[in-house]
Structures are given as C-alpha cells and as structure tokens.
Design a protein around this ligand. Structure first.
Ligand SMILES: Cc1cc2nc3c(=O)[nH]c(=O)nc-3n(C[C@H](O)[C@H](O)[C@H](O)COP(=O)(O)O)c2cc1C
Length: 89
C-alpha cells in the first residue's frame, strides 16, 4: 500500500473541502490516504509517505498561513526530495 498524506490548513473551510476532495480522489486499492490538518501534522506524515499533497489558501500578502502551515513546510522541506508532491489552494 502506498501511503498518501493530504496536509492542509483552512481558516474558513474552503481549503478543507478541497483537501477532502483530494483525499477522496487519491483513494484506491493500492493507497492508504490520511487527511491531516497542519496543526496536527507530524514530520513522519511526510517522511513516511510515498506522496504528499499540501493545501493552503493565500493569506497575508500571497503567503502561507504563518502560524501552522509555513512553519510545518519549513520543517519538512528537506524531507520531500524524490517524493511526488501536490500543491493546492
Ligand atoms: C487574513 C486573510 C488574508 C488573505 N490574503 C489573501 C491573499 O493575499 N491573496 C488572496 O488571493 N487571497 C487572500 N485571502 C483570501 C483567502 O485565501 C480565501 O478566502 C480562501 O478561500 C480562504 O480559504 P479557507 O476557507 O480554507 O481559509 C485572505 C483571506 C484572509 C482572511
């Protein structure tokens, strides 16, 4: 089974709806899909996954959410080499 993590931040629910749709679309007989909000995401959710989808709306001035998503991306950016990465927002 290929592990796929869908990690998202959402303030008012739009990105959460997208994340649920991405997770639903990634489900198959060969995948194990986890839907995780950025506040609950762990580095292992990225390092242990075959593929990771990251979702976040534009906040600030075209920036990632600065409280949870941006620090998480900074923490995992060196662990994503060679993985299939999907970005949405
Ligand atoms: C504080 C704040 C800052 C925002 N900054 C931007 C921005 O820089 N660019 C943009 O296109 N939209 C911006 N938006 C709009 C959000 O990206 C948009 O409402 C999005 O759908 C929110 O997603 P969510 O429901 O998952 O939180 C901002 C919204 C808020 C509340």
């Amino acid at each position: 089974m290929k592990k796929i993590s869908v990690i998202y931040w959402s303030g008012t629910g739009n990105t959460e709806l997208m994340a649920k749709a991405v997770a639903e679309g990634a489900k198959s007989n060969e995948t194990e899909v986890s839907l995780i909000s950025a506040g609950n995401a762990k580095i292992e959710d990225v390092s242990g996954s075959y593929s990771v989808a990251f979702g976040c709306p534009s906040m600030g001035a075209e920036e990632l959410d600065s409280d949870e998503m941006e620090p998480f991306i900074a923490a995992v950016e060196k662990k994503i080499k060679g993985k299939n990465i999907i970005l949405f927002g």
